[in-house]
Design a protein around this ligand. Structure first.
Ligand SMILES: Nc1ncnc2c1ncn2[C@@H]1O[C@H](COP(=O)(O)OP(=O)(O)OP(=O)(O)O)[C@@H](O)[C@H]1O
Length: 765
């Protein structure tokens, strides 16, 4: 059995995925696909559906998971003539992975090359061409398209799929599409009036029927666009809410599902859902028939932890029972690695996919017969009074449970193991609370402003976010310089910020950095801050300690001593149990190695420079080898380097991807990219100028006060400044456990705040 790589799956996993099995055009496969399509519940109502779309400008479609909505409806509409005159059918998905994989499947079903008639477009990856007529994309991408083409003039139909997820992008998109649809029907009306009056020349509408590059709706009037068909779709939708929002729009239900899914519940609540998931994986592996397993967990850390535990437990089985491989999928995993879950396991192996809710909707993962659903998800929450956003683990909704179970039973009968009693299921909320009601709205508002929609409070949201939340976000944007005194997008800063696909505070930091001559450093910082867990935390060791019953959660987080040597740990005896310390002393030389390894990247100025050090050292490492070996070998060497240095190789790789993508954006925008070299002070001043909204001041008792919100916070033990406790700091993240911790911290001078952010600090503090 291979040894486990730090922070990742064992390298041998890829050998057990059969990369040779790719879609091919063989006659038998095409025939099989055709048969599959014919047997889908939606197939029998093709004509009726096309007719409904023809008759109704807005249609709500509710149909069981796997009934064929996402893959088939666009094809029906294509054949129904909705792409005549070169028009496009757009289908939005809340997630990138769904947009990509469904597009691939539909291209295969149509027997065309991906990117021709069928394509997809997601941030930083566009597989469409002039001939694309069925286009899958993320909802966020369509919003960005509307910036360039406010009438979405290329589209004859837009299908908003998985609308039940109520992501912030879906909700804003619905409001926008309503506006676009009205505006387009108005141009048609205008056109017919004009036709009556000016039948002799009709010139008013003859020209410029193409892409309109103006962000104001009013300025588009006088152009001619055919009406836009809008379809809202999901398996678990409260059709009533959507219908009312669209003025009594018609809703149709597609009956029936292709294969049954047995739902099993536990008898009692499970105290530790990760452990319960682990037990269930092995129960299925040992007792159930062939078929792959899909397990829903809440995040990267949990996934990597379960991955390691599965590998460890497998060692206890006889050779013949070890044919189980784990494959992770979460949003910060690079796309190619995400796609590995779709490759079949090698013959005789069972695949266990460990996924976040990224695999919850729309996707079909071939081979999945069993779903394990612990019933939790990591969700955003936002406190508009304090202006703080955080991620917390919460129970899923019934709609999510339904979607999860729907990932089985797509190619044959399936089973879903819910790791909670049926009585608990009954207590779940029917649907997920809309994200727009629990997130910071700065990004959304910036985009709406860029679309020329200035009255945010008056915007026709499906469900209005709270007034306090809108006002707080407007205030933040104003303080960041994105808005003028009269709340319009500022020029050039606001417009530049809206162009960058980042949170406004990060977009602004790049603009500020170009003025401070340290954009090189800020690009790395933003990329590294965009990924979870750069350092590999030996969590299973922490778990072992807690299993021995000697640590509570508080102590575990203290024990998360990236920066402690063994000697220092012993000093911690006052906060940690003595026996536990002995355990640590004997068992955890590794931890000390980990702490020491990480110390070589540590900057006394804080975490931002520490992250830059990690990134640059990895670059240097690769640079030294570039001349010698292939890219593939370089990647392998980099993984080894990461392992030795306790770096999470997946996270680093993702950060490198993001870095090159954002670099491309700022180059396009013409921002000056230069490095401040050894002028660290310059960079710290730039951090203060960028993140002044997240500054904190030390209090006499050693804790901190966040200046913007007034909250009492503490530096997280994983920070390099955990012990140094400088007087004044900026931070990038707040995590709530027993305490409010701040992470990614750098020391600054308090006086810089009044000098560099007078718009906030002279007013408030
Ligand atoms: N990549 C794929 N490989 C194999 N079969 C697939 C694939 N994609 C779709 N299918 C088949 O097509 C069926 C319909 O999928 P589709 O995504 O259109 O359903 P849906 O009604 O949109 O489901 P959901 O509401 O879960 O998104 C699946 O149940 C499966 O049998």
């Amino acid at each position: 059995m291979p040894s486990m790589a730090h922070g990742g799956v064992s390298n041998s996993t890829s050998n057990k995925l059969d990369s040779k099995v790719l879609p091919n055009d063989s006659f038998a496969r095409r025939k099989k696909i055709l048969q599959q399509r014919k047997s889908l519940p939606i197939a029998s109502v093709e004509k009726r559906l096309v007719e409904e779309v023809r008759k109704n400008d807005i249609l709500i479609i509710v149909g069981e998971t796997g009934s064929g909505k996402t893959t088939q409806l666009p094809q029906f509409l294509f054949h129904g003539g909705f792409c005549n005159d070169g028009k496009v059918i757009g289908i939005t998905q809340p997630r990138r992975v769904a947009a990509v994989t469904v597009a691939k499947r539909v291209a295969e079903e149509c027997g065309v090359e991906l990117g021709q008639r069928v394509g997809y477009s997601i941030r930083f990856d566009d597989r469409t061409s002039g001939t694309t007529r069925i286009k899958y994309m993320t909802d966020g991408l369509l919003l960005r398209e509307a910036l360039l083409d406010p009438y979405l003039s290329r589209y004859s139909v837009i299908i908003v799929d998985e609308a039940h997820e109520r992501t912030v992008h879906t909700d804003v998109l619905l409001g926008l599409l309503k506006k676009v649809q009205n505006a387009r029907s108005k141009t048609v009306d205008d056109h017919s009036n004009a036709d009556n009056k000016k039948a002799s020349n009709g010139r008013l509408f003859d020209k410029e029927n193409g892409v309109q590059r103006n962000s104001s709706f009013k300025q588009c009037q006088g152009r001619k666009f055919p009406s836009l068909k809008l379809i809202i779709m999901s398996a678990s939708l409260d059709a009533q809410v959507f219908s009312e929002y669209f003025g009594g729009a018609r809703a149709v239900h597609i009956q029936g599902r292709q294969f049954p899914v047995d739902i099993l519940y536990t008898l009692y609540p499970e105290p530790d859902y990760m452990d319960a998931a682990l037990i269930t994986i092995f129960q299925i592996h040992l007792e159930e028939g062939p078929g792959d397993i899909l397990v829903f967990l809440t995040g990267q850390e949990e996934i990597e932890s379960v991955e390691r535990l599965v590998q460890e437990r497998l060692q206890q089985f006889p050779e013949a029972s070890r044919k189980l491989i784990t494959v992770p999928i979460f949003s910060s995993l690079p796309s190619e690695q995400q796609m590995r879950v779709f490759a079949p396991a090698a013959s005789g192996f069972r695949k266990v996919i460990l996924a976040t809710n990224i695999a919850e909707t729309s996707v079909t993962i071939p081979g999945i017969k069993y779903v394990i659903d612990p019933g939790f998800v990591k969700a955003r929450t936002y406190d508009p009074v304090k202006g703080m956003e955080s991620l917390i683990v919460v129970p899923i909704s019934k709609a999510q449970a339904l979607q999860r179970s729907g990932r089985a039973g797509r190619e044959g009968p399936g089973k879903c193991f819910r790791l909670y009693p049926e009585s608990e299921f009954e207590k779940l909320e029917d649907s997920t609370k809309p994200e727009i009601k629990r997130c910071n709205l700065s990004n959304v508002i910036l985009q709406l402003k860029a679309l020329g929609i200035d009255d945010i409070i008056g915007f026709d949201f499906l469900e209005k976010p709270s007034r306090a939340s809108i006002i707080k976000s407007l205030e933040q944007l104003f303080l960041l310089g994105a808005l003028t005194d009269d709340c319009k997008l500022s020029d050039p800063v606001g417009h530049q910020m809206a162009r960058l696909p980042l949170d406004p505070i990060y977009s602004k930091s790049l603009i500020v950095a170009s003025q401070f001559n340290c954009l090189e450093e800020m690009l790395i910082t933003v990329a590294m801050l965009s990924v979870e867990s750069t350092f590999y935390a030996p969590r299973e060791k922490l778990e072992e300690v807690s299993v021995y019953g000697m640590l509570n959660v508080e102590q575990i987080s203290v024990a998360w001593f990236f920066w402690y040597t063994l000697a220092e740990l012993l000093v911690l005896q006052s906060v940690m149990d003595y026996e536990c310390m002995q355990f640590v002393e004997v068992e955890n030389l590794d931890w000390t190695a980990c702490g020491m390894a990480m110390k070589c990247f540590a900057s006394p100025d804080g975490d931002h420079l520490t992250l830059i050090n990690v990134f640059r050292r990895s670059e240097e490492f690769l640079e030294n080898r570039k001349m010698e070996i292939s890219k593939e070998k370089n990647e392998k060497l980099l993984r080894k380097w990461c392992k030795e240095n306790f770096i999470n190789s997946r996270s680093l790789r993702h950060a490198r991807d993001i870095h090159s993508q954002i670099r491309g954006h700022v180059e396009q925008m013409g921002l000056r990219i230069s490095s401040c070299g050894d002028e660290i002070l310059q960079f710290r001043r730039c951090l203060a100028a960028s993140f002044f909204l997240n500054a904190a001041l030390k209090q006499p008792e050693g804790t901190y006060r966040a200046l913007a919100s007034g909250q009492a916070v503490q530096i997280h033990p994983s920070s390099v400044l955990f012990r140094a406790k400088p007087e004044c700091i900026i931070f990038n993240e707040m995590v709530q456990t027993n305490h409010k911790y701040i992470r990614n911290v750098t020391r600054i001078d308090y006086l810089w705040l009044t000098e560099l952010a007078p718009q906030f600090y002279t007013m408030q503090n």
